[in-house]
Design a protein around this ligand. Sequence first.
Ligand SMILES: Cc1cc2nc3c(=O)[nH]c(=O)nc-3n(C[C@H](O)[C@H](O)[C@H](O)COP(=O)(O)OP(=O)(O)OC[C@H]3O[C@@H](n4cnc5c(N)ncnc54)[C@H](O)[C@@H]3O)c2cc1C
Length: 382
Amino acid sequence: MTVGELRVAIVGAGIGGLTLAIALRQHGIHAEIYEKASELREVGAAVAFAANGERLLDRLGVTVELAGASMSPPDLVYRHWRDGRLLAEHSIDGGLHTLHRVDFQRALVKVWDDEVELGATLVDLDSGEHDVRLKFADGRTASAEVVIGADGVHSTVRNWLTGGPGDAMYSGTSGFRGLVPVERLPSLPRPDAVQFWLGPGGHLLHYPIADGSVINFLAVVDAPAVWHAKNWVVGTDPGEQVAAFAGWHPAVTEMIAATDLPQRWGLFAHPPLNSWSRGRVALLGDAAHAMLPHQGQGANQTVEDAVALANLLATEEIPNAFRYYERLRRTRTRQVQRSSWDTSAILHLPDGPEADERDRKLAKFPENFRWIHDYDVERALT
Ligand SMILES: Cc1cc2nc3c(=O)[nH]c(=O)nc-3n(C[C@H](O)[C@H](O)[C@H](O)COP(=O)(O)OP(=O)(O)OC[C@H]3O[C@@H](n4cnc5c(N)ncnc54)[C@H](O)[C@@H]3O)c2cc1C
């Protein structure tokens, strides 16, 4: 069989599924995409691409479609939670691009410019020696020689592969996300920057999107101690988020109060999986390595997965393609997962000697995380 004849099915048309389909096509492999949503519409606010994801999107022809929609904040700034004093400032110099998620998905769909089977909710798989049968909620079926589960954090394919839903780890932290027009933030210094406000038991991260007129933020607190809800997103009581940041700098409280924040997001990560594949089925993206957002790497790692997997499916037979893919990606994503988990506590230290020590180390943060951003997955494949 030639590479062009390989029949690949991708479950999920999110960032991972669409990127994989585009990357496979660059290698001459066509993929069918099955998506449970009845239309392609992104949830959430914004997304930021760091150099490690950006260089891959560039090669896939996606960034050119983002011209005018993405921003490149010039600096990364850290500030004290109460008095707003500058703790550290680093030039990012084109190393990060921020944009609305809707614009990003639009660009992926435009580059893909092919079919996505919508309203196709995968419910089960049946894996044989030569192909895999996909079963959907409405009774539809399909078959492929290779199936990739890019179906996100609550992945059906992962459940099939591991034999159960697994236990997601609650981080003891939860977040509020929002978008605020910049004119509603008169106290905010450096609205053009990627800026962290670090305080006891919480932090606020914000960056500009949409020509700088809108600020996207994520505010995280060390609460509740236990997450009892079945869902990872719950409704909020009026004023709950404002109370969580009482006493913080006016720039922070203004931002939190400027918009309705009807939801609180529990921040969870999945423990690393022992295996990312079974037979002719493999996982990619959040389905394989859901992580906390504190390195801003969920989507970036997903793009790295997609490029690596496309390359290996084009050059290796199953099961070797999956074996090399897992070997390369499990180590890397575990390191990033771990780093994201550890970063949370560091950002939330109470004022005192430990926070002072952290603040001194902030001067070296970009250098310390170069291993994340300098990485080129295509180079790692050679
Ligand atoms: C608000 C927000 C902000 C974020 N910001 C950043 C950031 O700045 N930088 C960063 O790197 N990461 C960020 N992330 C994380 C990033 O969005 C995820 O890591 C990334 O979307 C993972 O891509 P994915 O394709 O694996 O999953 P998803 O994008 O979640 O896509 C999964 C797709 O599968 C579909 N699906 C699910 N189940 C089925 C089924 N049974 N059958 C068929 N289809 C199914 C879903 O409908 C969805 O379309 C953010 C996440 C959120 C929520």
